[in-house]
Design a protein around this ligand. Structure first.
Ligand code: C2E
Ligand code: CA
Ligand code: CA
Length: 278
């Protein structure tokens, strides 16, 4: 029994060391990634389905590792949040997204809103508002063309400070949308208190509409709520015609998803901008 315990313990330790080492290696790589310019932003259109025109885009982070190739944000953002590296990475994302949006405006394309994902850890930084304002100033982008996508998780701590920051950002003219809406724990009371402008219906509710009656009911309930709270709505993860016509029927005006385009690199996005002018 003693031996078994010892082996068990060694086994456990070896396994733990693996993850610890993996994490340390990844952390080290992440440190260099900004410096070495290994991050890129892809952009995905947000479309007004009443007009068929693009009215915005979401910036989505990609890590192009020299040996491993593309690493998806799902694989490194949780670690970057754990280590705090999400703070410099997130700041880079903000600056790059603002710079790119301004560059497209200066190239003559009709101005569109750029949505940027903000991790709760980033948002809770004491100088977060200043970082956002600096990115705007440095790029020359007007605040009305920047939208911050926050998540319900932001409301876990310091709710009063969160509201205060959101108010300041709104006062500067930025838009705020609640990402993955319905998957967190936030309640109607938060929604009323938070000065947000848009709800983003989480992909998980969109996936099985119109067939799944529960999801269809949830999406309709979100629409009704948004209408009474005077919030805009966007549905994400729209892939099929059936999903699209359901959303049209219930007057969900904005969508994002593979049905229109996957997230694409800047050069390909520019082709979409050109099309959008016609
Ligand atoms: P998210 O903000 O919910 O982004 C939507 C995700 O759904 C993206 O995955 C996008 O590529 C994917 N998607 C878009 N349309 C469709 C569709 O029609 N079908 C399906 N199946 N998927 C679709 P991605 O780019 O891998 O990003 C994953 C998550 O990583 C994001 O989820 C967001 O939480 C996070 N993330 C991405 N970029 C950033 C960033 O710059 N900062 C922070 N803090 N998080 C980011
Ligand atoms: Ca998002
Ligand atoms: Ca989302």
């Amino acid at each position: 029994a003693k031996e078994y315990g010892k082996n068990g313990c060694q086994f456990y330790r070896a396994e733990m060391n693996d993850t610890v080492i993996q994490k340390l290696v990844m952390e080290e790589w992440l440190n260099k990634a900004i410096e070495l310019e290994e991050f890129v932003l892809y952009y995905q259109p947000q479309v007004d389905i009443f007009t068929g025109k693009m009215n915005g885009m979401e910036a989505l982070l990609r890590w192009k590792h020299p040996r491993l190739g593309f690493i998806s944000p799902g694989e490194f953002i949780p670690l970057a949040e754990e280590t705090g590296q999400i703070i410099p990475i997130g700041e880079w994302v903000l600056r790059e997204a603002c710079r790119q949006n301004k560059a497209w405006q200066e190239a003559g394309y009709a101005p569109l809103k750029m949505a940027v994902n903000i991790s709760p850890i980033q948002f809770h930084q004491h100088n977060f508002v200043q970082i956002v304002l600096n990115a705007l100033e440095e790029s020359g982008l007007d605040a009305q063309y920047l939208e911050l996508e926050i998540t319900e998780g932001i409301a876990m701590y310091h709710v009063d400070q969160v509201i205060e920051k959101l108010r300041t950002l709104r006062a500067h003219g930025l838009h705020i949308s609640m990402d993955d809406f319905g998957t967190g724990f936030s309640s109607l009371s938060y929604l009323k208190k938070f000065p947000i402008t848009k709800l983003k219906i989480a992909q998980q509710f969109v996936r099985d509409i119109p067939e799944d009656p529960d999801d269809a009911a949830i999406v309709q309930a979100i629409m009704a709520m948004a209408l009474s709270l005077k919030l805009n709505v966007i549905a994400e993860g729209v892939e099929t015609d059936a999903q699209l016509s359901f959303l049209l029927d219930i007057k969900c005006r904005e969508i994002q998803g593979y049905i229109f385009s996957r997230p694409v690199p800047p050069s390909d996005f520019e082709a979409l901008l050109k099309q959008n002018e016609d």
